[in-house]
Design a protein around this ligand. Structure first.
Ligand code: FES
Length: 199
């Protein structure tokens, strides 16, 4: 006769009369079970990393967008005809802690004939600030050697598109642009704006 396997026993508080309750011992945590739980946790994290940006993209359609505001760049006389000059404007949505970063530079081209082009400072490759070189008549990007012609068209290097431009207007004797967010691929300003007579 084989001896009976002993079972774990516990005396409950309820069992005042000497009854003995039989309970099963909890299964021990095995290494396999532990790794399985880690796997589930990693899957949850990976799922969140994929889902959150997609949700953000979808929800952004329902979130109120910034309205761009006409913002003064200064008197037209600051921008001589035929030249390209840097200008700074105050971000219309500045917050108290923005400090100097609320002052945003841009390039103004006064095209012969009286029209303007106002270029965003950010390169259309990865956003480094471009600089105008009057001698070579090129905007150059210091990061990866991108270059743009004076009308903003791509000349060389990795940038995939022309410089972004701001919408502008002449208001009295001042030049104004629609500002609020930097022009970018989602808000390219007037990306195909061309000046008459130019290629
Ligand atoms: S950021 Fe301008 S070329 Fe790359």
């Amino acid at each position: 006769m084989t001896p009976e396997t002993p079972k774990e026993t516990k005396t409950d508080a309820c069992c005042q009369t000497g009854d003995v309750a039989v309970v099963d011992a909890p299964p021990p945590t095995t290494r396999r079970h532990f790794l399985f739980q880690i796997g589930i946790a990693l899957n949850v994290v990976a799922g969140a990393l994929i889902t959150v940006p997609i949700l953000g993209y979808v929800m952004s359609a329902f979130v109120k967008k910034f309205d761009l505001e006409w913002t003064n760049l200064g008197p037209i006389s600051n921008f001589p005809e035929g030249e390209i000059r840097i200008a700074n404007y105050e971000n219309p949505y500045r917050r108290p802690w923005d400090g100097e970063t609320a002052r945003i530079p841009c390039w103004v081209r006064h095209v012969p004939g009286g029209t303007f082009q106002v270029f965003a400072i950010n390169c259309t490759h990865l956003g480094c600030p471009v600089r105008w070189f009057a001698e070579s008549k090129l905007f150059m990007c210091p990061c990866h050697g991108g270059a743009f012609y004076e009308n903003g068209d791509h000349a060389a290097g990795p940038p995939p598109r022309p410089l972004y431009t701001y919408e502008y207007r002449v208001n009295g004797s001042n030049l104004e642009i629609k500002a609020g967010i930097l022009p970018n691929i989602g808000n390219p300003g007037n990306p195909t704006e061309k000046v008459k007579g130019e290629a």
